[in-house]
Every structure is written in C-alpha cells, then in structure tokens.
Design a protein around this ligand. Structure first.
Ligand SMILES: Cc1cc2nc3c(=O)[nH]c(=O)nc-3n(C[C@H](O)[C@H](O)[C@H](O)COP(=O)(O)O)c2cc1C
Length: 221
C-alpha cells in the first residue's frame, strides 16, 4: 500500500526550531501596549491547537483594562492574606512570599490573557458517568482532556508571542484566587479560569531554559 502524502508545511524547520528553542519567558515587561491586531493574530494561531473531540472549548479574554487588572491583583492579595491565617501557613512566610510573587506576575505586563476552559462532554465522559465512577476515578481515567487542550493552546499562544517578538509568562498560580477572579471576569461554571498569560515586550533578556537531556526523557520500548 502506498503511503498518503501529508500536505507539506512551509518547510521552515529552522524557523520553527528557533521559535521553540529560544527562551521567551520573562518576568519583567516594558509598558508598551500590544496592538489589537497582534493579539488577534496570536490567539488565532493558538486556536490551531489540537483539542479533545475538536471541541475547542478554550476561550481567551485579552485584559487591558487597568482597573480590572488592579481588582484581580487585589483579589489574589486578599486570598494570600486569608491563607496566612491558616494554622499550617502562619509561620511559612518565605513560602507565602515566593508563591505570592508567582501569583501576581499576570499584572506586570501590558497585556494579560485569561484562558478559560470548559469540560468536554465526550463519549468517554458519558461512558464513565453511566458507569457511575467516583469523581476521583473519573479524573484519573479521563485525564482532564479540557486542561490538556487548554495547555496545548497556551503553549501555541506563548510560542506565537515569541514569534511576534514578544515575551510571555504562562501562570497558573493566580488560580489560587480562581473563584473571585472568575467573578471579576464574568466566568461561571462549568467554565473555569485555568491560566493567566502575560504578554509584552521584554524588559530583560529571557534566560536560556535548562532542559533535561533527551536520554532522560525519551525511552523506546
Ligand atoms: C502550567 C504552567 C504554569 C505556570 N505557572 C506559573 C506561575 O503561576 N508563576 C510563575 O512565575 N511561573 C509559572 N510558570 C512558569 C513560567 O511560565 C515559565 O515556564 C518559566 O518562567 C520558565 O520559562 P522557560 O520555559 O523559559 O524555562 C508556569 C508554567 C507552566 C507550564
């Protein structure tokens, strides 16, 4: 049987490798606005990501409203104040400070993109529901396809940002204040806020990420 020829991509393997391999994550951004057209192009590319059942249940909110960002920042801070009163956390100030800094990165860039995800009602989900499995079993057996799909889209979004000359920072630590953030963004269940991605021109040189050697991550059986 002859193999079916897959349509050839643009053939620019070097360009692709450069976008993927070059570091693009930073934690400091210039306050230079990201034009709407760039934002639309980047999200357009992100939506080329694969999704479970091709449901494409990710949604993106490009937040440029400084008032809204300030309210979101306040919600995260309030959450950390509340966490500081928990018996197990009262004395863990350093840990709280590090986690709080990670959770507040979203407000440091000129553009913050909220990524939303809605569970997909796939045949497998329905099968598990009818089989009466517990939620815990369900999560293990179904492996959260909606989160995997959103992750694929976020990776494409940050890579697209890099290809457009921007830097990005993918964050999920702010989801610690998820419910309040969802309220501020007008998001309601079953849709969930799963990530906040900061995008802007970098104000620091992205550091080269350390990656594990291939032999440590790839096995053949
Ligand atoms: C799912 C996910 C969640 C992340 N959440 C945060 C976060 O909340 N705060 C943070 O500072 N970095 C977070 N990071 C890490 C940064 O986005 C980025 O990957 C890190 O700065 C390393 O960059 P590198 O890819 O250049 O190594 C997260 C990364 C991923 C993939």
């Amino acid at each position: 049987m002859t193999s079916v020829q897959t349509p050839s991509p643009s053939g620019n393997r070097d360009g692709f490798e450069a976008v993927v391999r070059e570091p693009c994550h930073v934690r400091r951004f210039l306050q230079e606005e990201v034009p709407r057209e760039d934002m639309e192009s980047m999200v357009g590319l992100a939506t080329c990501a694969a999704s479970a059942c091709n449901a494409q249940t990710w949604r993106f909110i490009a937040i440029r409203d400084h008032g809204l960002l300030a309210a979101m920042q306040a919600a995260v801070l309030e959450r950390f104040e509340e966490l500081a009163t928990r018996p197990g956390l009262v004395l863990r100030e350093h840990l709280r400070t590090v986690a709080r800094a990670q959770a507040l990165l979203f407000a440091k860039a000129p553009l913050c993109v909220a990524v939303l995800s809605t569970p997909v009602d796939s045949p497998m989900e329905e099968l598990m529901r009818l089989a009466g499995v517990t939620q815990e079993e369900h999560d293990r057996l179904c492996a959260r396809p909606e989160l995997q799909s959103a992750g694929a889209a976020v990776q494409l979004l940050t890579s697209s940002a890099h290809a457009f000359g921007y830097a990005a920072c993918w964050t999920c630590a702010p989801i610690v204040a998820g419910e309040r953030l969802e309220e501020l963004l007008g998001v309601s269940p079953p849709t969930r806020l799963v990530a906040l991605v900061s995008i802007g021109r970098p104000a620091e040189v992205p550091t080269a990420p350390r990656r594990l050697p291939l032999e440590q991550v790839l096995t053949f059986r």
